[in-house]
Design a protein around this ligand. Sequence first.
Ligand SMILES: Nc1ncnc2c1ncn2[C@@H]1O[C@H](COP(=O)(O)OP(=O)(O)OP(=O)(O)O)[C@@H](O)[C@H]1O
Length: 339
Amino acid sequence: MTDTRTATAPAAGALPPDVPLALDATDVTVSFPGRGRSMRTVIDGIGIGLERSQVTVLLGESGSGKTVFARSITGMAPHGARVTGSSLFDGRDLLSAPKTVLRGLHGSRIGSVPQDPNASLDPMRRIGSQIVETLLQHKAVAGRAAAKARAIELLDLVEIREPERVLRCYPHEVSGGMRQRIAIAIAVSCDPELVVADEPSSALDASVGVKIVELLDGLRTRLGTAILFITHDIGIAARVASADHDRVAVMLSGRIVELGRASTVLSRPLHPYTRALIAAEPSADVERGRLAVVSDELRGRRDWGPLVEIEPGHAVSSDVAAERDAGIDSASPLEGSTR
Ligand SMILES: Nc1ncnc2c1ncn2[C@@H]1O[C@H](COP(=O)(O)OP(=O)(O)OP(=O)(O)O)[C@@H](O)[C@H]1O
């Protein structure tokens, strides 16, 4: 089992130990039906503790399990998934909570910013009515007039001009960047304690990405929201996890292989996979999502050991830690590169 809570000492600037975690996931395994009667494990017995006011970035290549892990620990595993382990939110295990409880939590105390804003917006309904309905459904405000006023406030918050006009629009009448910001406005409309943002800026231009990062930063400062941010982009990871105690968890083949303060992991990575990811950081001439620098051998390995802390606030899989103790530098960043 890889338990990232026990592997990390409280980081500088983190909340004191008696402040409960916003979410506490332990030993989570997720499998999907495979060939015949077999099951294919895509998340392999990992855990994570999400602190209030802290950003945790899940970093890893496409297919490493970031989305499935984040969805599963918030009780929203994809259809057909078999999930074991536990994920506590306010004392309740989201992995076994009834659907009615999960529906009540999502949209109010847990906000989700999806990869594709179209997934959270109904194309047939005006933007205003979708925001107002969310606010009324979760009893975030009393009455329709208050909900409308709050909807305008929320669009202001995500820097949408002429909010009253936009509220009367259907989703297809506004730009993709605006739809993304509206999806964020809906996700944060009820002042959630936890926000899960799944690559919210991947399809957008850089200026919208920066605004999203600022917005999430404001949310954790203002409300103490815990943020789980999913990305494969090192640059975005560094920008989102900008506070001293923010963390990066590096995912590889359904496991967390390195975890620590963002500033440490991104500047002094220890795991060969993290090193390769950083070496593969997208540049102007490398198309995003096509980072072929991580070797297949590294990517295909499934036997990474559990995380062990090698210095305060920095943990790495036990096999890499053992090599380090033995004085073996496990890999130069580009070893095994296919580029
Ligand atoms: N509904 C599903 N049924 C079966 N397998 C799935 C399902 N959803 C995801 N998977 C598998 O789980 C693994 C992890 O996928 P996941 O989407 O979590 O990766 P990711 O790191 O988030 O990638 P991306 O950045 O592309 O979203 C992949 O091998 C994927 O094929």
